[in-house]
Design a protein around this ligand. Structure first.
Ligand code: A3P
Length: 315
């Protein structure tokens, strides 16, 4: 028989213990390979990096937290599985939260549950909040065939607002100004934020067939256009017949903010450590005006503009 594996927390305890540490915004963070990860993810991340074996047809959905993960998960799931669920009224997304349809790698590995991934039918959809540079070489290596990564980012100002509301669900009284400072300093959950975005931006330029770069604001503006891009990227393009039968619009509708927020399943219970309704707040672009001064906005914009200068990515 096989020797039972030591839990990652024990196996990599020394490595984690030696990393720079910060306790803020109600989170225990460790600086690992240039990013502030929640401490409880780090050992699992090492296991992910060393032992993850991708399949050719895997699709990993990646995002900075609060930038549209839930939406991307819903859209990708509905797109990928559309043949299995032709009957709209019977769709799993009507009774399951998107986070319960697609496994969250960072938590799966943190919890030592990676065996679950082996049991998933192909093509597998999974998601992560890790930056591209922290993904396993088995995913990002130059000679790797298949295993695609679709990334979504968002205006950092709206991200901070969304993150503040979200963290508040477990940390009532969390200071917005302090969280904002941490974002500006880069020492925030999976920050620096701009390094996270740039890691995927550069990868998408270098390997457009393997890394898709999406923006929350673009999706808001023309969801069906980006759902078609996503489908094409995942190797499941919509046929002309599907398009004229309204397949794309059906998915856009099913995954819309109003629809998802209104579902019973998303009003109660939790997915991971957070209540499900915490994933559906306002769903718009520009809510930052209600939470920060023009000076704060200008400051964050300037930091991001400076970091993105010369990369082809606009702040
Ligand atoms: P707001 O807090 O600004 O409303 P994530 O899914 O990465 O945690 O991001 C959450 C943000 O996406 C929240 O932003 C949430 O309201 C928004 N969101 C969730 N589902 C959405 C959907 N179907 N369409 C558009 N936005 C959505």
């Amino acid at each position: 028989g096989t020797v039972p594996k030591r839990p990652a927390k024990e196996e990599f305890g020394d490595l984690v213990g030696a990393l720079p540490r910060k306790q803020q915004d109600g989170l225990e963070l460790r600086l690992y390979q240039g990013f502030w990860l929640p401490e409880y993810w780090v050992a699992g991340t090492v296991v992910f990096q060393r032992r993850f074996s991708p399949r050719r047809d895997d699709v990993i959905l990646a995002s900075y937290p609060k930038c549209g993960t839930t939406w991307l998960k819903a859209l990708a799931f509905a797109t990928m599985t559309r043949d299995a669920y032709p009957e709209p009224a019977q769709h799993p997304l009507l009774r399951l939260n998107p986070h319960d349809c697609i496994p969250f790698l960072d938590e799966i590995f943190a919890d030592g549950q990676e065996a679950k991934l082996e049991n998933l039918p192909s093509p597998r959809l999974m998601n992560t909040h890790l930056p591209y540079t922290l993904l396993p070489e088995s995913v990002t290596g130059a000679d790797v065939a298949g295993c695609k990564v679709a990334y979504i980012c968002r205006d950092p100002k709206d991200m901070v607002v969304s993150l503040w509301h979200f963290l508040q669900r477990r940390q009532p009284g969390l200071s917005f100004v302090e969280l904002f400072e941490h974002v500006c300093d880069g020492d925030v959950l999976v920050g620096p934020t701009w390094d996270h975005v740039l890691s995927y931006w550069h990868a998408s330029l270098a390997r457009p067939d393997r890394v898709l770069f999406l923006r929350y604001e673009d999706l808001l503006q023309d969801t069906s256009k980006h759902v078609r891009r996503l489908a094409q990227f995942m190797g499941r393009p919509f046929s002309a017949a599907e398009v004229s039968a309204g397949a794309v619009e059906g998915i856009v509708e099913l995954c819309s903010f109003e629809k998802m927020k209104g579902l019973e399943v998303n009003k109660k219970g939790s997915s991971g450590a957070y209540p499900r309704d915490a994933f559906f707040r306002k769903g718009v672009a520009g809510d930052w005006v209600n939470h920060m001064t023009q000076d704060m906005a200008a400051r964050l914009d300037e930091i991001v503009r400076e970091k993105f200068r010369g990369t082809g990515l606009e702040a």
